[in-house]
Ligand binder design. Structure first.
Ligand code: 2BA
Ligand code: 2BA
Length: 107
């Protein structure tokens, strides 16, 4: 078994969860916050049998779209040197970690 931790954008999370539930993937949704944008995103914890891993990854890839976000950096250093240039960053589709599960029990 593998544990997939997928960080996705809130905008994609609802549809993704619906699709995964339809396809009978077990999952837990965690509310999370990106360290860089400091805004909310969604982390899905999905325990999956190895033979369904590629199917799962294909669904995540299909449902999660990359989006551009504009960030205005917060002032740092002397105020008169601060020029608040907005910076464009590309977020997502999804950041996915795949871990080996040593043991999975329901008690
Ligand atoms: P359980 O299987 O005991 O799961 C309880 C909670 O544990 C789940 O809440 C979910 O948060 C987490 N969980 C279970 N399997 C997981 C996995 N493989 N990976 C990550 N987290 C997992 P819910 O998703 O709200 O499900 C509540 C109960 O509804 C489940 O109890 C199960 O009996 C049933 N269920 C879940 N998904 C279903 C589905 N697609 N179709 C029919 N019944 C489902
Ligand atoms: P955030 O940390 O809010 O990052 C949002 C986007 O900002 C990132 O998109 C990336 O394009 C950009 N970014 C992040 N850190 C940056 C930096 N130090 N300088 C310039 N640009 C930066 P994604 O890479 O698609 O990441 C989306 C979300 O996935 C992240 O939200 C974070 O919550 C999570 N994530 C990404 N890489 C991670 C990692 N190595 N470990 C844990 N979580 C990660």
């Amino acid at each position: 078994m593998k544990l997939v931790m997928a960080v996705v954008q809130d905008n994609d999370a609802g549809r993704l969860i619906e699709k995964l539930s339809q396809k009978k993937f077990g999952l837990t949704k965690l509310a999370s916050t990106g360290g860089f944008l400091k805004s909310g995103n969604t982390t899905l914890m999905i325990g999956v049998e190895e033979e369904r891993l590629e199917e799962l990854l294909a669904i995540i890839e299909k449902m999660c779209k990359p989006r551009k976000k504009i960030v205005t950096p917060l002032p740092a250093g002397p105020a008169d040197a601060y020029v608040p240039y907005p910076v464009e960053v590309l977020v997502g589709g999804a950041t996915v970690f795949i871990l080996d599960v040593e043991r999975f029990v329901k008690v």
